[in-house]
Design a protein around this ligand. Structure first.
Ligand code: SF4
Length: 384
């Protein structure tokens, strides 16, 4: 981070003096989102990655591992195994978790819960500070099945939640979260209307603590714009928005009031912005998004600059195993840092990194002395 800020200062000084841009120092992203596969065994109405699911493109496992190894040598600290696709469907999923843990990387898994047998296999490799989060979005079996349309005719929320005590028994060191994307009448994915689940918020929280989850995390439904950007679009329900917000606020408050000690009821940054009515403030980005250097998204379809632009051509940094050749990857990152104008490309996105980006922008623009090294190691949390 310090090296990056120093480079940005030098780069802007060179531009002002009409001199060539200096090369980026030998860095790598601190954190990556890694989509192991685009395959998915659900067909969720509210899926943000619908357009890229179940493509025939696959990672070449050896090249992917070489790429992760190269990043780890240059400063990668954490990996979130996630999708566009269900990570546990990747052949050898548990072995892959073992591989990233052997590189010393903090590791997280975001799964749809359908293959908790594989989470159980991976559990022994995870440590304190790692986490698993299941995207479940419902309090009842009925709404769960309506929303997710699992390919298995018999899979229920009861069955998924029944795995949690077994996983905790194998390894209680890492946290397991219940993720709940809040959907409302009037929201849609293209022509597909989403099923509302606001009325299940409390039931989901109770189910989560009874099943042994450590927390439930609520976030708002997002949609993809025609240009591919992932946005919160409550304009569609402008007339009812205030009522929707009040219902969400009341349901989350009741869930929190009833939660037992030790169980957390969390709201995502963009949900907090939606409830506070300030979400549009987070759509004003600096021209250069600094997160592109700090966190990238590796998918079978290529490496992208941000989860909010996953699978979108103009956000593609390079091929999936890009970091196998670190010099090439740095040149590609430098290119997209210059070419991708976040102030326009992300002008509708309620960006989770809005504060970080503006803080870095201010630091680059200032002459504040920089420390010799970053203090993040003290926090022991490398997820971005
Ligand atoms: S400004 Fe935000 S939404 Fe845009 S690329 Fe950067 S992190 Fe992603």
């Amino acid at each position: 981070m310090v090296d990056y800020v120093r480079w940005q200062r030098a780069s802007r000084a060179a531009a002002a003096a009409g001199q060539p841009e200096p090369e980026l120092p030998a860095l790598a992203p601190l954190s990556i989102n890694l989509d192991l596969t685009t395959a998915c065994n659900y067909a969720c109405d509210h899926c943000i990655d619908w357009e890229i699911l179940n493509s025939k493109v696959r990672h070449e496992d050896e090249r992917l591992r070489a790429s992760i190894r190269a990043m780890a040598l240059r400063g990668l600290r954490s990996v979130i195994l996630i999708g566009g696709g269900e990570p546990t469907l990747y052949p050898g999923f548990a072995e892959f978790v073992r591989f990233v843990k052997e590189l010393g990387l903090q590791t997280a898994v975001v799964s749809n819960g359908s293959r908790n047998d594989r989470i159980l296999q991976a559990a022994p490799y995870l440590q304190r500070g790692d986490w698993v989060r299941l995207s479940l979005d419902a309090g009842s079996n009925e709404v769960f099945r309506q929303m997710h349309k699992p390919s298995s005719q018999s899979l229920t929320l009861d069955e998924i939640c029944g795995w949690i005590p077994r996983i905790k028994a194998v390894n209680p060191a890492f946290e397991i979260g219940f993720s709940f994307v809040i959907t409302w009448h009037g929201g849609s994915r293209g022509d597909v209307r989403v099923i509302e689940n606001i009325h299940e918020i409390e039931a989901a929280a109770e189910r989560a603590w009874r099943a042994g989850f450590d927390y439930i995390s609520f976030k708002p439904f997002l949609e993809r714009q025609p240009d591919g950007a992932e946005v919160m679009d409550p304009h569609k329900v402008a007339a009812e928005l205030q009522q929707i917000v009040e219902r969400i606020r009341a349901a989350v408050a009741r869930a929190r009031a009833r939660a037992p000690a030790g169980f957390a009821v969390l709201e995502s940054t963009n949900l907090r912005q939606l409830l506070a009515g300030t979400w549009q403030a987070f759509t004003r980005q600096p021209r250069q998004c600094h997160m592109q250097m700090l966190r990238q998204v590796v998918t079978p379809l290529g490496t992208f600059n941000c989860p909010a632009h996953r699978g979108v051509a103009k956000a593609r940094v390079g091929e999936a195993a890009l970091w196998q050749q670190p010099g090439f990857a740095m040149a590609a990152t430098q290119r997209i840092l210059g070419a991708f104008d976040a102030s326009t490309e992300c002008a509708q996105v309620t960006c989770l990194y809005h504060g970080t980006n503006w803080w870095l922008e201010g630091l680059i623009a200032s002459s504040t002395p920089l420390p010799a090294d970053a203090p993040a190691a003290e926090r022991a949390d490398w997820f971005l």
